[in-house]
Structure formats: structure tokens, C-alpha cells
Design a protein around this ligand. Structure first.
Ligand code: KG4
Ligand code: ZN
Length: 343
């Protein structure tokens, strides 16, 4: 018997649905929400309204693209948290109704665990390729997203321990907030990444805030970046326009350095050489390149999700649902979403 999981993601501003069968991806559909662009950030109330509008069509497309019938679905998995409560409620209510109507199990998924477990998602044509690289346990995962920056030891599919994290801003926030100061559109991370390609990463030097042991800090960098620009703009009102690419490249270089240095420390102290990246910021080309180079030097086995599975998606929810299904870890109809959750 096949195990076919429908995954639903609605924790922030993407409404997503995906179908995973026996660990293989069959479809992954994402509706992003343009409505937030003009506000320079996600407006929670508008996000929940857009989720309500998008969720049924998105699920419909996911089922059709997977070429399955709704009757083939073994269970529905949804993001319980962390995220925006109003947004989470839409996905949670949809999943509860779907499970009840179809008399199938309901599976709650932790969004942070899901970002990591997407590393185990298999593609159909990989069936022929026996050398698919998935991390062995335990591995060290740097989870870098818009809301979280954590160092996690992953001991098993659903057994994770946070050993360090940011004490203030997340790495994605550092990208987004600095990008906003430069007048780049939200979310700023991808825009900074793109501009960095034509900039000099050593043009400007920004502060690398210190944090104890395995923790990280980014808020000082944001302030340093802001004050630096304020001072330069006093001398030259076109400073940002003239040096945008160099500013982006130098900022990205600083963020990547902070993350890489901490991972090196944790790897040395824990003796773990299986290293993984996950979360939206792991789409960053500079971060991917720097980790690949370091992995070669240090003999790390490095695992990074395909770019399309780094930012929020439902494939990660469905694959996590699959591992929970195998353990018969099901939720009841009384389950409620949680804005805050640990991996
Ligand atoms: O994981 P994610 O999609 O959502 C959360 O769970 O937060 O991460 C979104 C974050 C945003 O801060 C966005 O700017 C950042 O990931 N991001 C990037 C890139 N693509 C997305 N940051 C740097 N470079 C990128 N290419
Ligand atoms: Zn996310």
C-alpha cells in the first residue's frame, strides 16, 4: 500500500500544498501573496485573508498535478506553528475539515522541523539513481530563515536538539532590514543576493556581533549598517545608488562569515562533520558557495536542499507528515495552532 500525504503550509505569507507518496514528491504548489509588497513586510490580517482565498485552489492544483484522486490521500499534514496565528488557523481549520470529511488521519507538523526534513525528500527520477545523498544521523543543521537562526543537532527524523540560536534578529531579518534601508523590495534577501553577484564583498567592512558559545547575534550588524549609510549619505546623497552592489556584497559577506564561523566552531567542538543548511536564507548563493568551499577544506559531508525547497513550501510539510505517519503520530480534532514552537 502506498502512503500518500497531502501537506499544507500557511504559516506566513505563502499558501502551499504538496503531495508526497512514499517519500517521493509528486507535486508542490505555492501561491505567494503580492499584497504585502507595497507595505514592505507581511501584514498579518491581509495574509490570513489571502490564505482563505488561496487554500482551496492551491490544494486542487496540487492534487491534479500529482495525477492522483483525493481518495488516494492517506493523511493530511499541516503546519501547526511557529508562525502568524491568523495564517496558521486557516491551514489548521482546512486540514481538520479535510481529515474529518475523508475519515483520514490528521498530522500536525512543526514548520522548523519541516525545513530540515526536506533534506530527505526524494525526486521521482532518483528511483533510478541509488546514490542519492541524504544526511546520516547525527548531523548538525544550520537553520536560517526569516524568523529563526538556530544550530540544531538532528539525531533522528523527529529528534532534534537546539544547541545555539540568535539572541536577537534572525539572519533573514538582517538581510531584509538592511535591504529595506537601501530601498530594495521585500523580502530583501533574494535582492541582496542578486546584486551581490556584481559587487565587491570587501568594499566595506561591517561589524560581526559576538554572542556566547554556540549562539549568534545580528542586531548590531543592522545598526552598524544603518549608521554607516546615514553618515555616508550626509556626504553624498547618491551613495546608495552608486555603491548598491558593493554594499550588498559586503553585507552578504559579513552575514555568511558570521554563520560559517559559528558552524566551524560547533563542528570542531561536537566532532560532527555531517553538516546541513536549511531555511529560506540557505537559498543564498554566497552562503551555499562558502559552505561548499569550507566542506572541501574540512572534509565535511555537506547537505543543502534544492533552492526551491529552501523557502517556505508544502513539500517539507508533506515529507515530515510522511515520517510521522510511519510512527502513527496523529493529531486529534482538538488540536490548535501555536505561534511559538521549538523544533
Ligand atoms: O524559510 P523562509 O521562507 O520563511 C520563514 O520561515 O521565515 O525564509 C524567508 C527568509 C527571508 O528573510 C528572505 O529574505 C530569506 O529567507 N531569503 C534569502 C534568499 N532567499 C530567501 N536570503 C538571502 N538570500 C536569498 N537568496
Ligand atoms: Zn519557513
Amino acid at each position: 500500500m502506498n502512503i500518500t500525504i497531502l501537506g499544507i503550509e500557511s504559516s506566513c505569507d505563502d499558501t502551499a500544498a504538496a503531495i508526497v507518496r512514499d517519500g517521493y514528491i509528486l507535486s508542490s504548489v505555492i501561491a505567494d501573496q503580492e499584497v504585502h509588497k507595497k507595505y514592505g513586510g507581511v501584514v498579518p490580517e491581509l495574509a490570513s485573508r489571502a490564505h482563505q482565498k488561496n487554500i482551496v485552489p492551491v490544494v486542487d492544483v496540487a492534487v491534479r498535478q500529482a495525477r492522483i484522486r483525493e481518495n488516494d490521500i492517506s493523511a493530511i499534514a499541516f503546519t501547526r506553528g511557529p508562525g502568524l496565528l491568523g495564517s496558521l488557523l486557516v491551514g489548521t481549520s482546512f486540514a481538520k475539515g479535510f481529515a474529518l470529511a475523508r475519515k483520514i488521519p490528521l498530522i500536525e507538523v512543526n514548520h522548523l522541523q519541516a525545513h530540515i526534513l526536506v533534506l530527505f525528500l526524494k525526486e521521482k527520477d532518483q528511483k533510478l539513481n541509488k546514490n542519492v545523498k541524504v544526511p546520516g544521523f547525527p548531523f548538525l543543521c544550520l537553520l536560517v530563515s526569516g524568523g529563526h537562526t538556530q544550530l540544531i543537532i538532528v539525531r533522528d527524523y523527529l529528534e532534534m536538539e537546539v544547541i545555539g540560536q540568535t539572541i536577537d534578529d534572525a539572519a533573514g531579518e538582517a538581510f531584509d532590514k538592511c535591504a529595506k534601508v537601501m530601498g530594495l523590495p521585500y523580502p530583501g534577501g533574494p535582492a541582496v543576493d542578486k546584486l551581490s553577484l556584481s559587487g565587491n564583498p570587501e568594499a566595506f567592512v561591517f561589524t560581526k556581533p559576538k554572542a556566547k558559545r554556540f549562539n549568534l547575534s545580528f542586531s548590531g550588524l543592522k545598526t552598524n549598517f544603518l549608521y554607516f549609510l546615514r553618515d555616508r549619505l550626509k556626504e553624498d546623497k547618491d551613495f546608495i545608488k552608486k555603491y548598491k552592489a558593493d554594499l550588498c556584497a559586503s553585507l552578504q559577506h559579513t552575514i555568511v562569515d558570521i554563520l560559517l564561523e559559528k558552524c566551524i566552531l560547533v563542528s570542531e567542538e561536537t566532532g560532527i562533520n555531517n553538516i546541513a543548511l536549511a531555511g529560506g536564507v540557505s537559498a543564498n548563493s554566497g552562503l551555499r558557495k562558502a559552505f561548499h568551499q569550507e566542506a572541501d577544506k574540512r572534509n565535511w559531508s555537506l547537505f543543502i536542499p534544492e533552492v526551491r525547497y529552501t523557502t517556505d513550501n508544502a513539500a517539507m510539510i508533506a515529507i515530515t507528515g510522511y515520517y510521522k505517519y510511519l510512527k502513527k503520530d496523529f493529531a486529534g480534532q482538538d488540536i490548535v495552532p501555536l505561534a511559538r514552537m521549538k523544533p
